[in-house]
Structures are given as structure tokens and as C-alpha cells.
Write a protein that binds this ligand. Sequence first.
Ligand SMILES: Cc1cc2nc3c(=O)[nH]c(=O)nc-3n(C[C@H](O)[C@H](O)[C@H](O)COP(=O)(O)OP(=O)(O)OC[C@H]3O[C@@H](n4cnc5c(N)ncnc54)[C@H](O)[C@@H]3O)c2cc1C
Length: 509
Amino acid sequence: MFRLSFALLAAVLVNVSLAQDENEIESAIDYLFPNNYCCTVLTLSPVSKHVTFPGQPSYNASIDSYFDVKSKLTPHCIVQPNTAEDVATTIKVLTAASLLQPCKFAVRSGGHTPIPGSNDIEDGVTIDLQRMNGTTYNAETQLASIGPGGRWGGVYEALEPLGRMVTGGRGSTVGVGGFLIGGGISHYAPRFGLSCDNVANFQVVLADGRIVNANKNTNADLFTALKGGTSNFGIVTRYDMETFESENLWGGVVTYPASTVDQHFQSFVNFGLDPNRDPNAALIVFQGYSTASPTNVVRAAFDYTKPVNRPDAYKEFFAVTSISDTTKIQPMSAIAAEFGSTTTTRVQFRTLSFKLDFATLQETARLYAIMLAEIQAKASGSWRISCLHQVWSTLYTTNSTARGGNVLGMERYDENFDMYQSYLSWSEAKDDELFINQGLALTNGIQKFAKEHNTALEYLYLNYADKDQDPLAAYGADKVAFMKKVSKKYDPFGVYQKLLPGGFKISNV
Ligand SMILES: Cc1cc2nc3c(=O)[nH]c(=O)nc-3n(C[C@H](O)[C@H](O)[C@H](O)COP(=O)(O)OP(=O)(O)OC[C@H]3O[C@@H](n4cnc5c(N)ncnc54)[C@H](O)[C@@H]3O)c2cc1C
């Protein structure tokens, strides 16, 4: 087979050498490789058995497993590697083949990012890491080695019987790979910091196909850049994460009448600014409405990382009478299952950061009500909106710096703040414009108010950012300069900038 591929490449070179210009080169390649040049080259390489094409069951299953329906594109082929070596070979083949014609590719792990083209590609090759999904535990180092293609539910099920736990995603279905290089907020964040800062070592395939480790002692600049810098520097093929003792948590979701929103916002501000906040207490306060449950409500997701019923940390919230309550003491895997979701709908995430200021929170509620009325009047099919508030804590910085730092630029902030997320999902393609524009109007309106009232903050959480937002720039100029330097050092020809166009690119900042 490799002789055949050599013969084919030689034929291409002969034809290409006779070509007069770029158009003729392209025609020559199209003539010799009618079924797509880049995919054909992959089928003639050592990763051929991992390549799947439209119509084949593994291709269809991969496409069907995207979280957001509008993010399901149709790549020419999908490569599904089993090992880091397979990923390295795929990168070497695609970059070598690109000498004749660019072989653009996408990288996906869980496929949860709801931005079309961030984890998939229309005219190119998708590298789908879902088969690299194992979790192993080393009792000596107390590190868990986790494949990028895993989902957090599977990770918890592997670690709980061993009495260990990691700072993973809150929903069982969320992917490991993208989550950890975008920051990562777990229920354990107030205790142990952001999830990226709990990674002790990244195994990475660099642009030249080398497989390297990045940790505090080896490739330390790459180690720092990968914590928040997403896919700009390489493909992560293994995460070695710090573990801690697994204990049951008290948690669940409590639903309240919409009329109690001001009480909740005041409690949220008090909770977020409390200098003696209990580090076991995680919290999300959100407003929400769905066609499946058509009542406008306020919800609080309480998650306390010790087996303590109704802990004091939330006592202000307990003063409000609830409509329903799912809280109980349960293992992390059960809480994650409650938070887990697969969708067959279309999704938009947007994010903002602002000070824990009651008036700004009230403005979010005013604009939420306007959005809800517009959507109720105009949308068809089924849909859901949630607008979430989380405390972003200065403790994250302390936890990060001690472990080699990240690139999020958190050192700029000496006070906890509100990390806001709007999360809209809808069933009908014809409503794309309505929901996308409503989400944009909502966050633009909040941002305008926050700027005018001096409560706006620059930081944007990358894992909740929308396509037009610029979370890498929002890390601050010094972090941008650092990421550019690291990208140039480990990828001098810009493979992960030019051939991997999806996601947030440092070269675009
Ligand atoms: C239902 C839901 C719940 C969520 N809950 C949380 C939560 O609790 N906390 C939180 O912080 N976030 C949460 N998120 C956001 C989540 O962190 C991001 O969507 C994240 O990107 C998901 O990871 P993934 O593996 O699915 O990424 P993908 O969508 O597969 O990829 C995201 C980006 O990362 C790149 N990438 C992926 N894997 C690799 C790799 N191995 N090497 C290099 N680049 C890679 C991709 O190219 C892409 O640009 C949630 C999202 C959803 C939809």
C-alpha cells in the first residue's frame, strides 16, 4: 500500500510540475484524487484503518454525537485515532500532504462547543478523539490519566470505586478535551481552583508530529499556555490530573418563583463577596424558562463538596420558599448525571464578566424579561433559555500560581466577580436568526449597562464564549504576547493556526 501511495504522490508531483499556475495544480490534484486529496492520502497512510467516510456507520455516529445540531458539519472524512501515535501520524501525513494542497482539519473531543466549525469542518478532515477515552489511576503519584475523548461521567465512574475524584465538568456528558484547555469550572473550583490548574501534565502532539510532555519542569511555557490557551499549541492526547479523596456531595437544583429574583440576586452578591466563604460551597443562580415547563422561574444549583445536609453556607437562600427541590447527598457521578444532557436542538452560549453589583444583576433580569417576551411572541417549536450567574473567585488565582500558572489573566482581579452565561436552545432552524440575535442583544445590553456603571470586566470565559467574542484577547495584552511567543516556539510554521482554523486562534488576536 505504501508503494502505491508513493507511486501516487510521484504521479501528482509529475502532473504538478507540468502545471502552469495554482489553478492547474488544483485541477491536477482533483483529477488524480477525485474522492478528496487529503482523505485519499490518509487512506494510503498507516492510519488508513482509522479513516471513515460519509455514509459509513462510524462517520454517522461521530456526526450524531455533537451537542449542538447546527455544529454537525460534513467533513470529507473523519479520522478516529486510538493512540497518541495515531494522532502524531495523522498530523505528519496532513502537514506533508499540505505541501501540495492545504489539508485543513478540525479537532474534537466531546464535541460540546456550540460554535459551528470550532470542533468540526465542512471542507476538510475532522480528527475525532472519542476513542481515546480511558481513565487510569496511579496510586503512587495519585494522578489520574484521562484520555481527551472521554466524558466526565465515565471518568467519575472509573475513579469513584477507587475512592478518588478529580475537578471535572458538572455534567456527565461534557467532554474532557476541550473543557480542560479552556479553563474548566467544577463543583470543586472554590476548593481546588480551575480544572486546568489541576492538570499536572499534558501529553501533546506538536505541529511536527513529536509527542511531548508539558508540565512544571518540562516544556513549562507550553504547560502554562495550554491552561486556557485551547487548541493553539498542539493536540492534547492525555491529561494527567491531580486527584483527591472522593466523598459524597450534597447537591441538586432548587426552583423558586420568578418573583423572588431580587432576593436571590442580593443573596448571590452577599455569598460572592463574603470573605469567609466556605470553600466547599459551589453555586449557580439562574433565571430560566422552557416550553417543556412553561413557567418563568429562578433556580439555584447548590453543590456542597462534603456530605452535609443543607449547609449553612446557603442559609440566605434557604429563607426563600421553593417550588421544587432535588437536593440530596449523593456521589459526584449521580450529581453529574443530573446535570448531564444530550441535545437534539440548536444552541447558543454567550458570556460576560462584571462586578458582583446588585444593580447590574437587576439589569440582567430586566433584559432577560424583554428577551423572554420577544422569544415567546416569535419562536416556534420547543425552546429553552437559561441565564446563569456564577462566582468567579480570586482563590482560583492562588490555586493556579502555586501550580505553574495559567493564561487567563486572573491576577488582574482582587475581588470575586460574576461570570455570566446566557444559554439558549431551540428546535427550529428557521428560528436561528431570532435566538442568535436575541442572545446578542441581551449580552450587548448588559455590557452597555455595566460599562456605563463601571462594573464591566474584561475577562471572558472561553468555554462559554460565542464565535464573535474574543476570549483570548480578554486574557490581557501580556498573556496574548506570551501565547504568541509559545505558539511561534512550538509551531513555527503555524500548522495549528492555518491548517486547524476552528476555535479561538491566537494569530487572530
Ligand atoms: C451541557 C454543557 C455543560 C457544560 N458544563 C460545563 C461546566 O460544568 N463547566 C465548564 O467549565 N464548562 C462547561 N461546559 C462548557 C465546556 O467546557 C466546553 O463546551 C468544552 O469545550 C467541552 O469540551 P469538549 O471536549 O466537548 O470540546 P470540543 O467541543 O470537542 O472542542 C472544543 C475546542 O477545543 C479543541 N479541542 C478539543 N479537544 C482537544 C484536544 N485534545 N487537543 C487540542 N484541542 C482540542 C477543539 O478543536 C475545539 O476548538 C458545558 C457545555 C455544555 C454544552
